[in-house]
Design a protein around this ligand. Structure first.
Ligand SMILES: C[S@@+](CC[C@H](N)C(=O)[O-])C[C@H]1O[C@@H](n2cnc3c(N)ncnc32)[C@H](O)[C@@H]1O
Length: 317
């Protein structure tokens, strides 16, 4: 993908939006969605019970992993993201899949949409990357209609993807001061607190995306290095330092080896699926909100697609 953005040290001069865009436009994110992450988008649309005519906002939508399947149900969808390059790619993909929807550049922390506008506000491993968590959560709730649904998929705090993010972090540009770690969104109690008593019917389920694509740790590393934006951006940043490249090579291969098991070699990437309803009005707030997270489970075979290299299983947390 060609972009007007640099992913080396000069990105530090671009400001938050520029750095975020530079990072996510590197590599080929659409390929990782098609080959690895697409079951998540469909799972979130299904769990959020999107219906024809619903007004749906996908926040940090990337190339439309959620927005496209949502639009294919007949919903009226806006895909929003900070990275225009990913939205452009999403537009192309939507066209090939016959999905009609709108695409809009937007920061998850300052959504350019009216209050109480959407029947459903969704985000799949997306808004968890916005640095100010409470601010992003407040925006989700604000733009959702009373009675509307908020649906999130976040990588779990102690799962593979969070370990991957921790591994590459020292090789990326430093986050802006005060940034909160994305991995916290993978903890159900933390998300519950961020949404607060503005929502009811809070559910949080842990699921597993089973990835049957990599024969060994080196195959995983080489794929991530070539295609997946954050690792690729990290490698681009250290390209002139062979010692650090070797170091990151070893760390990524070793990390993947720890998660590869079975025949054929399979990795388990855990994620949290959260749904909640925005309360109808302040007077509906119960003084005794349940503090515990409710644990529903979804049948794993609802998400299986044997044609994919990934499979999505659910289990109770
Ligand atoms: C892992 S991708 C997920 C994309 C998509 N939701 C999916 O399921 O494939 C993370 C996305 O978050 C976007 N992003 C990061 N920070 C953002 C912010 N503050 N506001 C809006 N989008 C943001 C990135 O541009 C990127 O598209």
């Amino acid at each position: 993908m060609t972009t007007g953005h640099r992913t080396d040290g000069a990105a530090a001069d671009l400001g938050y939006a520029g750095r975020t865009t530079a990072l996510w436009a590197s590599g080929d994110y659409a390929k990782t969605v098609t080959e690895l992450l697409c079951p998540l988008g469909r799972a979130l649309v299904r769990a959020s019970a999107i219906r024809p005519g619903d007004r749906v906002l996908d926040v940090a939508a990337g190339t439309g992993n959620v927005a496209i399947p949502a639009a294919l149900t007949g919903a009226d969808v806006i895909a929003s993201d900070l990275c225009p390059e990913l939205l452009d790619r999403g537009r192309e993909l939507a066209q090939t899949r016959g999905a009609r929807l709108h695409w809009q550049v937007a920061n998850a922390e300052a959504l350019p949409f009216d209050t109480n506008k959407f029947d459903a506000v969704l985000s799949c491993v997306g808004m968890m990357f916005a640095p100010q968590h409470q601010c992003a959560a407040d925006e989700l709730v604000r733009v959702c209609k009373p009675g509307g649904i908020i649906g999130l998929i976040n990588w779990t705090s102690d799962g593979f993807m969070s370990e991957l993010m921790t591994t590459i972090k020292p090789y990326l540009d430093a986050p802006q001061p005060g940034s909160q770690p994305a991995a916290r969104w993978g903890d159900a109690a933390y998300v519950r607190d961020l949404l607060g008593d503005r929502v009811s019917n809070f559910t949080a389920e842990q699921h597993t995306l089973r990835v049957v694509m990599f024969a060994d740790g080196e195959a995983f590393r080489d794929y991530m290095k070539a295609h997946c934006p954050p690792p690729r951006a990290a490698y681009q940043r250290i390209a002139n330092d062979p010692r650090r490249v070797d170091e990151l090579d070893d760390k990524l291969a070793a990390l993947a080896e720890r998660y590869l098991a079975g025949t054929p070699s399979t990795m388990e990437w855990d994620y949290l699926l959260v749904t909640a309803r925005k309360r109808q009005s302040p007077e509906c707030v119960s003084p005794a909100m349940p503090s515990a997270v409710s644990h529903n489970s979804i049948r794993s075979d609802q998400f299986r697609d044997d044609k994919q290299c990934t499979r999505d299983d659910a289990r109770r947390v």
